[in-house]
Design a protein around this ligand. Sequence first.
Ligand SMILES: Nc1ncnc2c1ncn2[C@@H]1O[C@H](COP(=O)(O)OP(=O)(O)OP(=O)(O)O)[C@@H](O)[C@H]1O
Ligand SMILES: [Mg+2]
Length: 269
Amino acid sequence: MSLSSAPVTSRPGSVTGAALPLVLGNVTLEYPDGGGTIKALDNVSLGAAAGQMVSLVGPSGSGKSSLLAVAATLVRPTCGQVVIDGITTADLKDAELTALRRDKVGIIFQQPNLLASLTAVEQLMIGHHLRGRPLRAARSRALELLGLVGLDASAQKRPHQLSGGQRQRVNIARALMGSPKVLLVDEPTAALDHERSASIVGLLRRVTDEFRVATVMVTHDTEFVPLTDAVAVMRDGGLTAPSTGHNTSISEGQVGPFVPTREGPAGVN
Ligand SMILES: Nc1ncnc2c1ncn2[C@@H]1O[C@H](COP(=O)(O)OP(=O)(O)OP(=O)(O)O)[C@@H](O)[C@H]1O
Ligand SMILES: [Mg+2]
């Protein structure tokens, strides 16, 4: 089925799992809560194509971070499927999941969590080197990515010498070191002023296009939603249709939990 006009769908049956780097199918996640459970995700389905950027919006506590954690394979869902680059993750052991995450998934959180003692280039190299890659290759890729995110001149700086926006750029570059197929981004601009937020979202857009990653970005800044290809709206653990008067920039008349916000990537099948 062609997904070119609406590449994200709420119906897993209409998502060609093998063709999409990220597919969540009927995912439910329950956390223990006292004697009972809290349903953080309730039968959620979502797909993202290569080169597609999906915004994930919704009120606090609606399950956005939980969805990213499940998509990142950091948390196993109570039921439902998570398929990364055609690999069904439910079948994998923990060590295999770790390897899959390392090779296929880039994760960017609100706080960059950089190591205080390392320079920008070392922040990127360390994970790559731990993957068994030669130091020289790791260094050259790290410098290339720092250039791509506009930090050529800051490669030797430590976190305390960088601005918040620059630290987030290091974070983004680090997430790209493993050449991921999927990029999961949780409120990347929450700690930044407006100007820096706009440039970070612009960078994520460019990275999504250039690296052909499937990107899901949780954001409260709905003004950036139009920069993305589709928006998914979470409410009470489910993906719901945006209603009139909903506090987002989504226009009226659009139906379904996933709303294309600009032309999706051509030829995605
Ligand atoms: N580790 C956990 N254990 C128990 N409950 C959790 C856990 N993580 C999240 N929850 C609960 O799951 C629900 C969804 O939380 P989640 O963090 O996914 O929301 P969110 O949409 O990311 O919110 P915010 O916008 O505030 O970041 C909430 O009710 C939350 O309290
Ligand atoms: Mg959250």
